[in-house]
Unconditional design. Sequence first.
Lengths: 499, 498
Amino acid sequence: MMIRDSAATMAAALAKKEISAVDLANQHYEQIAAVDKDVHAFLYLDKEGALAQAAEVDKKRAAGEKLSPLAGVPLALKDVLTQKGVPTTCGSKILEGWRPPYDATVVTKLKEAGIIILGKTNMDEFAMGSSTENSAYGPTKNPWDLTRIPGGSGGGSSASLAAFEAPLAIGTDTGGSIRQPAAVTGTVGVKPTYGGVSRYGLVAFSSSLDQAGPCARTVLDTALLHQVIAGFDPKDSTSINQNVPDIVAAAKKQDIKGMKIGVVKQLSGNGYQKGVENKFKESLDELVKLGAEIVEVSCPNFEYALAAYYLIAPSECSSNLARFDSIRFGLRVGDDGSKSAEEVMNLTRAAGFGREVKRRIILGTYALSSGYYDAYYGSAQKVRTLIKRDFESAFTKCDVLVSPTAPTTAFKIGEKTNDPLAMYLNDIATIPVNMAGIGGMSLPCGLAEEDNLPVGFQIMSPAMKDDRMYLVGGALEAALIDKWGKTILDFAPKLVGSK
Amino acid sequence: MSLNYEQAVEKYEPTLGLEVHVELNTKSKMFCGCATEFGAQPNTQTCPVCLGLPGSLPVVNKKAIESTILIGLALNCTIAPYSRFARKNYFYPDMPKNFQTSQYDEPICVNGYLDVEIETDDGSKSFRVEIERVHMEEDTGKSLHVGGSTGRIHGADYSLLDYNRAGIPLVEIVTRIIPNTGKYAPQVARAYVASLRDILRGLKVSDVKMEQGSLRCDVNLSLSEINSGKLGTRSETKNVNSLRSVERAVNGEFIRQANRLTSGERIIQETRHFLEESGQTRPGRSKEQAEDYRYFPEPDLVPVIPDNKWIEELRKTLPEKPSDRRKRLQQAWSVPDKEMSAIVNAELLDTVEETVLLGADPTKARSWWLGEISRIANDRSVFPTELISVKDVYQIITLISQGELTDKLARQVVEGVIAGEGSPADVITKRGLKVVSDDSQLMKAIEDAIAAAPETADRVRGGNIPAAGALIGSVMKATGGKADAAKVRELLLKHLGQ
Ligand SMILES: [Zn+2]
């Protein structure tokens, strides 16, 4: 069995024909069959499509065709990206049964690279949440402790990695939906610079904040996947027409001597779990040992980031989600011939959207309404500018910024479902990155002493300097594994039935 | 008692504003690559973007921006160095995303003007129509409501949706209030839309076919008592789709509002629809409260920041302004004001110019197109060039000037061409319409005419030249109208010693 190996190792074995892509995919399907009834990372398995794709890769390899580095390696796709002919639900009832007629650009790139898409992973409905409890199809469990949340919104993608159901996954990050799940599952996740990866085919939650990104169990795997999906896309006007820095080389370099690493004063203290802060500080010590210099920087406007985020994201979502109206696709409720189109739209939206989605649509509709626009949406945009300036000024003093990814380790399922504000606080350290459109990574940095659960270390880099977080992340990861004598997931309890 | 238009304009002063929507003729839609052909099978020109499918994203059509900048330049606008799209949020089944992507508070062209001329009691008068903004937006799909009696959504059994039109680029041209039009408001409105249409046609950015809806006009009108200084409440009459209707809509709305105000009723701020048959307007769907569109900048699109160099290059490609062209042609053709206006109003300027460019005499070209041919065209409710080509008319005019045809014969040739009997030459041959130019044949007819009326001939011999008219008439009759009257006159007078 290779399922516990890294994607890079699997790729090497495939290249040497030590294993076929079909066998590798089947090994993962076996693991999924064994553990996913407990973890519930997947919403849909496209076994037929994936195996056909794998057979194609094997055929090409046998024919001696030149293949891309990750060809034949399996991947779990967050159910917020369209894949032609494969159900895409966004974790919502309103899209139940919808099969998109087109591939997201990210999916096109994955297919072109020969990466095998095993299936679609669970998520908070329309990516709104930090625990995957808002999925209309039931929550995903944290493989470290099945009574706990796997983070969100991309809990399914991160859990699939931690449960060895897939070595690679795609997530999307609007306020931390890649990084926070990575943190609480002991995996790696990267939110690329806004515009670095195409959003075409990513079902929008908040267009100016959404960004698809790579998830894996190692920094190098994450970089390899990032390389595949990055780049300019003429179908996405906000995508950046500029060369992607060599992130794979950066992930391998492991030399951070003389680098200046800024610790954000505002992203610690009140609200942060003791064990999280301790692991974070120990990691800083490792970075110093590697020759980096730690500087403290202040970003005073981060204080307003969460409040501003909860105006901008709901405002955009209220408009983005207007298209779910039963007319052209998805759920239709109450169309018995006696009702008007407007009534059917209302009934459908009432039945099809969950509580959190409705909450945010209402919030956003209110924030954009005439007479309130300036006070809410307008002010939030100003805060956004101030946060950008905070980052700009901080990056004059250091090469990257760091903080804990999430204030706590994984909490219990159900613990915060009745307290939206407590839930929102999970993203307090990840949101500033989205507001500024820069890059952010979370990698595991140890287990909190209180609960033996993984802690995430966040690295933030300036826009289009994504290579920097891979450089620092790669070096830190190596130092920590060296220190522990094994990877973090080797500390995790074995799931029942796991291969 | 009810006021007619003359009474209404004595009491009230209009405040007029016009919004014109123009469908651009770009090959592809505003935000996707779909075709824009008119009349295609329903929903065959669609894709994930213009159907608003989840995950799809818009990309601005550069050609549409270019066309809009051209329109702005032709209307003397400033081109904004930075403009943005916004989302106009409201739910409607034929709008795929349930928001329309439209420019809002940051339009691409601002502060322009267009001078239009109309005929007043005191001769030609020019009005300056100030343009507030020219902005881009996308069209919606079309709903077809089936069943029910009204053809409207309420009471229909079901509705069919066609998204072919969804996402077709539209340009909206909004005027400021047009001041001091007084009783000429309907003519000014019409002249403005007509001038605008000519400009757009000259720019080749739109088909400007009002009957197909590629150019439609919303008329905003309010009245205030003359010299009261108070602005009235306005109504907005939507989608008026012919020049004549624009004029009639202003007229009808003027009368309606004047009568309400006179009888002490209030004007409701509302959307109204123009009724082609009666020339009046009826209220649209009444809204309980003003719709809140929750505009905000479209986050899926980047701002439009046109390069100055690009703008200047586009400026160089602008065609001659229709008003300049009109002046130039009027001078070249030596046409009086009134006749020039007649050509323009009949929309025959292009046609006459083309005929002249082939070599026809301007006066002849004008009189043939506006006279005989227009008369027949009007009878059949078609445009003159649909009946006969510019080339045929040029040939007929040439034959007249060469003495091969008389005016009377030429009318028969025109008739024949229109009837589908072939080219002018074919008609002349088939109908035997050649002018009798053989002198001996004519002399025979002249001698016959003199013999039949010797007393008249004597009067002519005696110096009574006008008396020759009767003799010429007899000759013409004898030759079946195929003789050139001038020539007959010349030969006759000579023969009688005059
Ligand atoms: Zn389209």
